[in-house]
Design a protein around this ligand. Structure first.
Ligand code: PLP
Length: 637
């Protein structure tokens, strides 16, 4: 930014990249707030997230809150179906498109409710990979034109559940993961008196790059090999049930950043599909699994947190590949199914939290007179500080590093006192700060100097648990967009990392979308007295909720959904209180009554031994009770 120019909301938008990763659902408003535009950027409704956050706190919903904007989910389902229909028409493909939502991506009842509500119009179905998911799916789907795909290993109970669903008219496909499942399904189907719809999960040789590369390829643990496919076909032929085989499925991984891999997978699948038809199977459905990526950093590249294609390109490449391949062999166009989970739900949830405190590295002011120290350590540091200038920047940095190591040695060997060491540390910080400031005047900044900034970040303590709410940040280094949801018309002058309130040193965010490179720090505003500072972590709707855990016994956060009306007003539609302390203790098998009794006994003992009075016992036990009922996160008075 040019000097003297006032910081503007646009500068914030560029800094945080909101237009790059926001997919048209989020924007920096001239008022300085982040707004959500769930119906599209030009479609009226612009709702301030800051207003929502403060409104929630006024209603007694404490931070952290997981905010769901339901219309975004609706828009994402619409976007996927509209894109496929458009391409299907354009190319003259004669099959249809059917989407299904894989439940494992977000199993919360609220989410499934919203999906069946918004997906109804498109006959959007569900995919289940376990018995609980299947039961949830059957109870939520209520649509005989939508597909219900059963993946995962199936025991008799699983199979029976699916067969009953079939019997009630649901389009329920059993996708065989192992050859052995076939006997069980045929046997149970015979008994229950229904013809099962069968699918095959095929092990493709195509491998996709990215975080989930091992889901694909010949060594993947899922799916049938070619010889197993043949066995299944022969078995079905022998039973005269080849008509039951209607679907071919594969899944080569989630978050596939490169469109080339998607194309390669489809092409290989087409070849197998062609062969299955030639073998005499009924077929009719080609299920391409998940993999449609989310551009978390907005870079539009094939790096793991991005994707080098749009949803439209994804649809085009799929339909075009299938169309041209099957036309060559004169095979009827199948119904195409995709199991997009991440791309469907990621955008619609935002984690909101307040900042509790900041540790800045602000050193104490420099004293004019330094005490005499061994080897003139402090005088030398002061001299270095005074010498920092644009032309000597690298030299001063080198000196600072030398004195830093010298001060460590001197302290270790008892040659400087703890007070002198503290002064040396402060001087070093002053030098680094002066160097980074001076570097801003340079046209060319040496790489080493550029990196100093990240050595001296402030730490912003956020009221949330990374392990509960953003487990993938910890587990796989997933990148999520993070930014303040207000004050965007003020320049964020602090350079920071974000720590959570678990006492685990891994509980921090120190990787942020940046352009052109991922950044290790984020620019944030100085806290104001008497004003909360709110941050949002965006695109967290996929995989984070049930993968999260109770590290340090921080529980589920409060969850609120809003629904935006055409006229731009909104309502809170689903509210779900987070876990109380009592809840999380019972999750780890504590008996809360027992806890209370032990506490009472101990208080009674404390009276007997003269530590507390009877009146104090009452106060103590009351606050203990309130503590048990309270939220696990930091609560305000
Ligand atoms: C996880 C999974 C999905 C979802 O993948 P996304 O990349 O989130 O769309 C789809 N199908 C199967 C079989 C899966 O295991």
């Amino acid at each position: 930014m040019a000097k003297n120019k006032k910081w503007s909301v646009d500068d914030s938008a560029n800094l945080y990249g909101i237009e790059k990763w926001g997919a048209g659902y989020f924007a920096a408003d001239p008022s300085g707030d982040v707004v959500t535009t769930p119906l599209g950027l030009d479609n009226g409704a612009r709702i301030s997230l800051h207003e929502i956050a403060t409104g929630l706190e006024e209603r007694g919903m404490a931070m952290p809150v997981l905010l769901r904007i339901e219309n975004i989910l609706g828009s994402q389902i619409k976007r996927l179906h509209d894109s496929f229909s458009k391409v299907i028409q354009e190319i003259g493909y004669t099959g249809e498109y059917k989407g299904v939502f894989p439940i494992k991506v977000n199993q919360q009842e609220q989410v499934l409710e919203a999906i069946s509500q918004f997906g109804r119009k498109y006959n959007h179905g569900l995919e289940a990979g376990s018995k609980p998911e299947l039961i949830a799916a059957i109870s939520m789907l209520n649509n005989r034109d939508a597909c219900l795909i059963c993946n995962g290993y199936k025991d008799e109970e699983f199979v029976d559940l699916g067969l009953y669903a079939t019997k009630m008219g649901l389009k329920c496909f059993f996708v065989l993961e192992m050859p052995g499942e076939l006997d069980l399904i045929l046997e149970r189907a015979e008994k229950i008196g229904v013809l099962p719809l069968l699918g095959l999960r095929i092990k493709l040789s195509t491998k996709a790059e990215g975080q989930w590369a091992d889901s694909g390829g010949e060594t993947s643990v899922f799916g049938l090999s070619m010889s197993e496919v043949i066995d299944v076909i022969d078995r079905l032929k022998a039973e005269n049930k080849l008509d039951c085989l209607q679907l071919q499925h594969y899944h080569i991984g989630s978050q596939i950043p490169n469109i080339q891999d998607i194309r390669a997978g489809v092409l290989e699948a087409c070849r197998i599909y062609e062969e299955l038809v030639k073998e005499g199977a009924a077929m009719g459905y080609l299920d391409l699994g998940g993999g449609l990526a989310v551009d978390y950093d907005g870079s539009k590249t094939n790096c793991p947190s991005s994707r080098n294609y749009s949803v439209e390109e994804y649809c085009y490449d799929i339909i075009e590949t299938i169309n041209s391949h099957l036309n060559k062999s004169n095979i009827a166009h199948p119904t195409i199914i995709t199991e997009s989970g991440r791309a469907t739900v990621a955008y619609y949830s935002i984690l909101l939290f307040n900042v509790l405190d900041v540790t800045a590295i602000t050193p104490n002011p420099i004293q004019e007179q330094m005490p005499k120290t061994t080897y003139d350590l402090l005088d030398n540091l002061l001299a270095t500080y005074n010498m920092v200038s644009a032309k000597d920047i690298q030299e001063c940095y080198n000196d600072a590093l030398f004195y830093k190591s010298q001060s460590q040695q001197l302290f270790k060997h008892g040659q400087i006192s703890i007070r002198e060491k503290a002064m040396a540390d402060d001087l070093l910080k002053h030098i680094l700060i002066k160097i980074t400031k001076t570097a801003k005047e340079l046209d060319y900044v040496p790489e080493e100097i550029e990196k100093i900034e990240k050595l001296i970040p402030d730490i912003y303590y956020g009221n949330f648990s990374l392990f509960q709410s953003l487990p993938d940040v910890w587990a796989i280094g997933q990148l999520f967009p993070v930014m303040p949801i207000h004050r965007l018309n003020e320049e964020p002058t602090r350079n920071a990392i974000i720590a959570d309130i678990t006492c685990d040193c891994d509980g921090r965010i120190s990787s942020f979308p940046g352009y052109p490179h991922t950044r290790e720090t984020i620019h944030l505003h100085k806290l104001k007295n008497n004003e909360e500072y709110y941050l949002g972590v965006f695109l967290v709707g996929a995989y984070q909720e049930t993968l999260g855990d109770l590290h340090n016994l921080f529980g589920d956060t409060n969850v609120v959904s809003i629904n935006v009306r055409e006229n731009g007003s909104y309502e809170f539609v689903r509210e779900q209180e987070g876990d109380s302390v009592e809840d999380v203790l019972s999750y780890v098998e504590y008996d809360v009554k027992g806890i209370k009794k032990r506490m009472k006994d101990f208080a009674e003992d404390s009276i007997r031994q003269g530590y507390i009075t009877v009146k104090e016992r009452k106060t103590i036990l009351r606050s203990f009770d309130e503590g048990l009922r309270g939220y696990t996160y930091f609560e305000k008075e």
